[in-house]
Design a protein around this ligand. Sequence first.
Ligand SMILES: [Fe+2]
Length: 472
Amino acid sequence: MKIEQLYTKCLAEATYYVESEGEVVIIDPLRETAPYIAMANADNARIKYIFLTHFHADFVSGHVDLARETGATIVYGPSATANFDFHVGQDNEEFKIGAITLKLLHTPGHTLESSSFLLFDEAGKEQCLFSGDALFIGDVGRPDLAVSSLVTKEELAAKLYHSLRDVIVKLPDNIIIYPNHGKGSACGKNMSNETFDTLGNQKKVNYALNPKLSKEEFVEQVLDGLTVPPQYFPKNAMMNKVVNTPISEILTKGLTAITAEHYQHYLAIKDVLFLDVRSPEEFTTKHIINSVFIGLDGTFSPWVGELIENINQRIILITPVGREEEAITRLSRIGYDNVLGYIKGGVDTWEKEGLKVNKLNTIVVNDNKLLDESCSFLDVRRIGEFNENSLKYTKHLPLSHIYLADKELDKNRAQYVYCAGGYRSVIAISILNRLGFNKLINIEGGFSEIKSSSKIPLKECRRNCPTCACSD
Ligand SMILES: [Fe+2]
């Protein structure tokens, strides 16, 4: 028996590969299919099942493609409906994978069909639970994503309470919990850094498993402090219930190299977004005018999903050489399937054709005497980061709210923009430039550099609003 956790940090998502005696089950696969098929081939095994713990909202799974390419059977939990062929698993139904067995345990709460899979080894002993979003390490899945006319978030939270109390905590303490997400995922609010743990330890440290919590207290705590889900979540949840464009077609189209003689043709296409996925430094030095920066070496997919509202947006990529396929794949993982191609030769070739490029104004905290408390600052970090520590005089507009800039910011005022380390501030400026804010200066290294400077006073913000100008 082989169990592998394939953890994708960008999405804070865990897919599982389980093999026994030449048979494989893939649990909660991402959009691409090639890695799973390659793993099975390396083990001289065949993928027999694809288990989905629930209809995911935070990524588009490739289960339909994977089933088509391998002949595997897709399994969802009770009450699931979708417009492709799959097996509706029943509570306590057992599935044989070689010499081991996986038992479906219906654990609704995060969604109605949510199910966990309990693995019994060759000797029939419980080894681990693939808990989906029913139980995370340090947290549980938020119950407000699958709300409908049939069920409220309070009712889903109550179902989650029973799934945990009546099913999961009754399993042996020594089994390993393998969740679908880790820290940073918007499917929960307080996950730990660990990506697996024993059930026994989670009973000690996970607030949601505290036996003293009444159902009412549990519901209140689980629903408390939930932020608005990213705008792409309901779109991804819908995509997971239908047949989407095969990943092979998305890659073929996206891997079109757009050469200099075709630049004008693509420029003439309406509503094309030039998306620059290089490093913040490269974008700062030179970029195609009006392009948006969201770098691959950061939380790329979630920021794309948060900031590019149209999931069908036509996109032309500016990528580091050799990372074109990675960029297209990572976009498709959240349903952005409409990449028309990438600029061959990048920004330099573009410039050689006489087309417009731009650079960002930047400032280094400690090298520049002009940066002091008389300057006007814009903090684009999250509210929690801002409340923890901020500049004494600064405007706050989190990157997730950047489109409120027209209401919140003055186009005629020069502002020094910062985040924690210099990734989000460059995203923010690239978007603000497109909105006509042209007097922005990026603070290199962000707040971590500012903190080390004595020139600009810090203070703790006492307010608790998403857009506040702390002037007191
Ligand atoms: Fe989820």
